[in-house]
Design a protein. Structure first.
Length: 371
């Protein structure tokens, strides 16, 4: 399959509305999730297809009656999609306890889904370094696994769970390979691929991505000239793809990221253990935590600096949802380390309907400073 064909199929579904999902994949039953701390492998092993529910910039029609205006755009947008019926085709939704706003969101979904949809909150520990964290998380994952057995398309089976872990690890391996070809893809196309990986059935996505990586490897024999300053992106969800268009239009590149909907979602591998639930627990405890979690061995500033330097970044751009307290607190912790190292940085605060011209002005000034 030609690179253009594989890439075209991936981009076509990257941010397609979820109300089109069932028609596109009639042999699959979708289960929505809103956080990368949700164990997709378990959902997949139960015979369902995990699909990440994303925010968008569509006008909000119903949510003001249920959530305050100072709630983050992700919570407001996704709840509005639920209330407007855009998510009716989903079998339900799975949350992870990552912040108080998302916990309230789960309660609101429970109230407004009419009791006919599956809903669960996976309570990942907030302190990942406590001696009891592993035992607690294994018990919580076991509880969730058993609950899925009540609504899954297939009976619970440990071998099936191992196979699902292997499938999702294959995705992570392919994304790691893709990272080496960032300069052969436009900035919007690279992140559209990652978006598609959270929206498509993994069996379909892995086949397309493997074909794309193979074609990129062949094309890499012809070195691609790169120009323009290189940025490292940090933040939670990036639900405004037009920001990536701005980066591209301004002649900048993105050489790495620590985004919840970006590379962080595909970090590392779960691996193969005799007990797949233990393997999943170890994966979540050992991967670099998001700002909603704490591990005494993880220093946010040192981590971002090391990752940015390793990627060859000329500057760091924080893409933070307005009113997202965990990432705002993390931002304050990271800045002194970047300032001490002399690495330039910019913070862009994202809203439901951001001013693109305002973003362009700030980003353009930052890019010009890096030249």
């Amino acid at each position: 399959m030609a690179e253009r064909e594989a890439l075209g199929q991936i981009i076509q579904v990257a941010r397609a509305p979820l109300d089109e999902w069932s028609a596109r994949y009639p042999g699959h039953r979708a289960m929505g999730y809103l956080c990368s701390y949700v164990p997709e492998e378990m959902i997949h092993a139960a015979g369902l297809t995990p699909v990440r529910i994303r925010g968008n910039t569509s006008p909000l029609r119903y949510v003001d009656a249920h959530l305050q205006s100072f709630t983050c755009a992700l919570c407001r947008s996704t709840l509005d999609q639920l209330l407007s019926g855009q998510l009716d085709s989903l079998a339900g939704a799975v949350f992870a306890h990552c912040c108080d706003a998302m916990q309230a969101q789960a309660d609101l979904w429970r109230m407004h889904s009419g009791g006919t949809k599956f809903l669960d909150v996976v309570m990942q520990p907030a302190h990942l370094g406590t001696p009891s964290a592993r035992a607690y998380l294994m018990a919580e994952l076991t509880r969730f696994w058993q609950r899925l057995g009540q609504i899954g398309e297939k009976p619970l089976d440990v071998d099936r769970l191992r196979a699902s872990i292997a499938l999702y690890d294959e995705t992570r391996d392919l994304v790691r390979s893709l990272q080496g070809f960032r300069h052969h893809l436009s900035v919007p196309d690279f992140y559209a691929i990652l978006d598609a990986g959270q929206a498509m059935p993994r069996e379909v996505f892995n086949s397309l991505l493997a074909a794309l990586v193979s074609e990129l490897e062949a094309a890499a024999a012809q070195p691609k000239a790169v120009a323009g300053p290189c940025l490292y992106l940090v933040g939670a969800v990036l639900d405004e793809p037009r920001l990536l268009d701005l980066v591209q239009d301004l002649g900048a590149r993105v050489c790495g990221d620590d985004l919840c909907t970006g590379s962080r979602h595909f970090h590392g591998s779960v691996g193969n253990q005799d007990d797949p639930i233990a393997a999943l627990a170890d994966y979540y405890l050992q991967r670099p935590p998001c700002p909603s979690k704490y591990h005494p061995a993880h220093q946010p500033g040192a981590y971002v600096l090391q990752q940015a330097r390793a990627s060859g970044a000329d500057g760091v751009v924080f893409v933070i949802e307005k009113f997202c307290e965990p990432h705002a607190f993390d931002y304050a912790l990271i800045l002194p380390t970047l300032d001490e190292a002399g690495l330039p940085h910019l913070m862009l605060e994202m809203e439901q309907t951001p001013s693109l011209e305002g973003l362009r002005t700030r980003l353009q000034a930052f890019v010009e400073m890096l030249h």
